[in-house]
Design a protein around this ligand. Structure first.
Ligand code: HEM
Length: 507
């Protein structure tokens, strides 16, 4: 009897082990990871990403491993998406499950990750900040109301360029565009000339701070791939980012304090500009619903994010547009002809004209296709195991969408490497995140909230520069020899700044 019981016990044990093994086997089978290059011990596939061309290295790898690819970056499981069809699955069908971010260690500097709209997880605070962006900062109504401020700033840009034209000097296009983007944001938010001409040191300082921040956040950080090293910050990246964040937060803190003093002195609580709107959400707390309340620290961090996200992206896109146009004089002439016909010689380009300038809009789109300034979007994170095209994206994996590769996919785009704005003239493809072959502003819940502002500023600035000036290259540079190399940090920049000589036409 004893023998029978123990045999039965062992029989059950063996069956149980077999069942479990079978379960594990079928789990492993059903949990098939996407293909990818073989990882090296410890570092995994990190070597594939070294350098400032990771968008290109990833695109090349995806030619071998397919549009959904699995990499091991140190300890971080990473899934790279490189086709419109897979992007649709991630950014639309399963958007909710991929809406959180993997957060670079640098973002934890100055507790920024707790307050930061781009990096915080989907949460009531994120919803509140998005609602503020959509309803109070970037709605059509608000943008229409402060349109004249942007026109004024673009006129200042033109005045600067006229001066260069008079002196026969070349303009550093990226720098000029950065200054204008910064001025546009600052007058829209603060309705003051904080970064105006006389304060060019402030512009330079701010640009240095923004570049410093972007550079540190984008710098490959060993602590991002081996999270245990976050404790020691081995490359000092978090430490340096703290300095950049602190300077920027102090700058915005001072602007807010000054505004509070002025408001108290004159007894005003009106919404004159966006800063007033934000401040009113802090001081009228008791009158507001919970989801409309803000505090000063949150405003400082929000401004840091909006100025960080809104300046470099816009100016880099404008610089790429000008480079492509200088490379293709016939396209430049066609754009000028459209401007002359619609705006008229000597008249100023206005935001309200943009709808009547389809070729100019097509140039901006084509620039964003060939040179998406955020080529890998911001990294997403899987909330749980998600099946996509038969593969499992495991819970916690980092998900990168290679928009740069998708918008050069030869199965979608004819002559994908060629700058051909005309391709957008007979097409309904738009940048608003519905067409997954072209998502330079992302898509889904995390779609760029600054999009409505960006698509006003870009054609306004570009149209104004083309309508008022002819452009020539500096001695020794020809359209064929313009250096179109890019470098990628968080944003895609021209490796060598573009310089061009203006000649006034509409005087
Ligand atoms: C050419 C101009 C711009 C481009 C190409 C661009 C592109 C992007 C992209 C690709 C994302 C990430 C989307 C995703 O993860 O799916 C993003 C996010 C963001 N952008 Fe922009 N952007 C531009 C201008 C602006 C401007 C002008 C602002 C504000 C002043 C802005 C504010 C933001 C913010 C706050 C986020 C984070 C949103 C979130 O995570 O919820 N951007 N942008």
């Amino acid at each position: 009897m004893e023998y029978f019981v123990s045999s039965l016990f062992y029989l059950f044990l063996i069956i149980w082990i077999l069942v479990k093994a079978l379960e594990l086997f079928s789990f492993a089978r059903s949990r098939k990871l996407p293909p990818g290059p073989k990882p090296l011990p410890i570092i995994g596939n990190l070597l594939e990403l070294i350098g400032d061309k990771s968008h290109k290295s990833l695109a090349k790898l995806s030619n071998s491993y397919g549009p959904i690819m699995h990499l091991k970056l140190g300890q971080i499981t990473t899934i790279v998406v490189s086709s419109a069809a897979v992007a649709r699955e991630v950014l639309q069908r399963h958007d909710r499950l991929f809406s959180n971010r993997t957060v670079p260690d640098a973002i934890h500097a100055s507790d920024h990750s707790e307050f930061s709209l781009p990096w915080m997880p989907i949460s009531p605070t994120w919803r509140k900040l998005r609602k503020i962006c959509n309803s109070h900062l970037f709605s059509a109504k608000v943008l229409d109301a402060n349109m004249s401020l942007r026109h004024k700033k673009v006129q200042e840009l033109l005045a600067d360029v006229h001066k260069s034209a008079k002196d026969g000097e070349a303009v550093d296009i990226g720098k000029a565009a950065f200054k204008t983007s910064l001025n546009i944001l600052s007058t829209t938010f603060f309705s003051m000339e904080y970064f105006a001409d006389h304060a060019s040191d402030t512009v330079r300082n701010f640009k240095e701070i923004v570049w410093g921040m972007v550079e540190e956040i984008a710098r490959p950080n060993v602590a991002d791939y081996f999270p245990i090293l976050r404790m020691v910050d081995p490359q000092g990246i978090r430490k340096r980012t703290t300095i950049h964040f602190r300077k920027t937060l102090d700058l915005f803190g001072n602007i807010i304090n000054r505004r509070l003093q002025i408001r108290e002195k004159i007894g005003s609580t009106q919404d004159i500009d966006m800063l007033d709107t934000l401040i009113n959400m802090t001081i009228n707390k008791e009158k507001l619903e919970d989801h409309d309340q803000l505090d000063k620290t949150t405003i400082e961090h929000l401004l840091l994010d909006l100025f960080g996200a809104g300046t470099e992206t816009t100016s880099a896109t404008l610089e790429w547009s000008m480079a492509e146009l200088l490379k293709a004089p016939e396209i430049l002439s066609e754009a000028q002809a459209e401007l002359e016909q619609v705006i008229g010689k000597g008249n100023q380009v206005k935001e309200s004209d943009i709808a009547r300038l389809p070729y100019l809009q097509a140039i901006v789109k084509e620039t964003l296709r060939l040179h998406p300034t955020v080529p890998l979007l911001l990294p997403r994170k899987a909330a749980k195991d998600v099946k996509v095209f038969g593969y499992t994206i495991p819970k916690g994996a980092q998900v990168i969408v290679n928009v740069w590769a998708i918008s050069r996919d030869s199965t979608i785009w004819e002559n994908p490497e060629k700058f051909m704005p005309g391709r957008f003239l007979d097409s309904n493809i738009d940048v608003r995140g519905h067409d997954f072959e072209f998502t330079p502003f992302g898509a889904g819940r995390r779609l760029c909230p600054g999009l409505p502002l960006a698509i006003r500023i870009l054609p306004l600035m570009l149209g104004s520069l083309l309508h008022s000036f002819d452009w020539m290259l500096e001695d020794g540079v020809t359209p064929e020899t313009i250096n179109m190399e890019d470098k990628f940090g968080l944003t895609l920049q021209m490796a060598q700044p573009l310089r061009a000589i203006p000649r006034s036409i509409n005087t």
